[in-house]
Design a protein around this ligand. Sequence first.
Ligand code: NAP
Length: 258
Amino acid sequence: MAQQNVSRLANKVAVITASTDGIGFAIAQRLAAEGAKVVVSSRKPQNVEKAVNQLKSDGHSDVLGVKCHVSDANDRKKLFDETIKKFGKIDILVSNAAVNPTVGSVLDCSEEAWDKIFDVNVKASFLLAKEVTPLLRKQSSGSIIFMSSYAGLNPFPLLGAYSVSKTALFGLTKALSQDLASENITVNCVAPGIIKTKFSSAMYETEVARETALSMIPMRKLGEVEDISGIVAFLASNDGAYITGETIVASGGMPSRL
Ligand code: NAP
């Protein structure tokens, strides 16, 4: 891993959803490595326990684990309540959870799958941000970061509805950042390309899928979770303090804008 400024997030408290594996766990590792107290969470208590144990065995003592399915209002309340109980405040929210229960074009998506995708990927992100805002206001500063996707800019053909949900997060980032900018609370978004995790395994596990994926990426390599976690650390730190309403794309050169 690249050299890190270990004190950049000292005394900050970060809540990261869907953070027991993949990109979310890497974010928890990176924020902790930069000095933050981190709260990891996901749907399955055994995954939460495993992630907490891993972080502690890596030498991070200020770690809390809370079971939280982001679509469950009680779970979200517990996530924030337990964080306040243990650490006394929240400075950073990373809304990272997403589902994709269907493969196909937008027109292939059933109403049920559409509702689930928007419930987890968009509505829960909105509600988490809404619910954390009063807590950030108490600090008179804060950072909210949404995990979108490159697919939100240029929809992947087989990820139709998921891509639309990720586009919605760009709008949520813009709208919310305007509401909170004058209060020193930044709202930003990260749009990863294809990052090697369980979630994206269908895009690289077979030779054919991997070649197809690589053919789209000018850098000719898949992304690693650390390619995303460092961006989140930057946005959450003082180095990113004057950035709000923006999306950072990390896609190995897949074209995103003019
Ligand atoms: P991943 O490796 O499959 O990890 C998913 C994590 O989310 C696990 O910790 C899982 O734990 C948790 N989770 C799943 N559903 C949840 C829910 N409803 N509530 C709370 N936690 C939940 O996935 P990933 O690739 O890191 O993806 C993370 C984010 O990056 C997603 O928003 C995804 O859309 C985005 N992204 C990924 C890629 C990529 O190529 N990998 C590209 C662009 C964007 P439990 O099973 O215990 O809940």
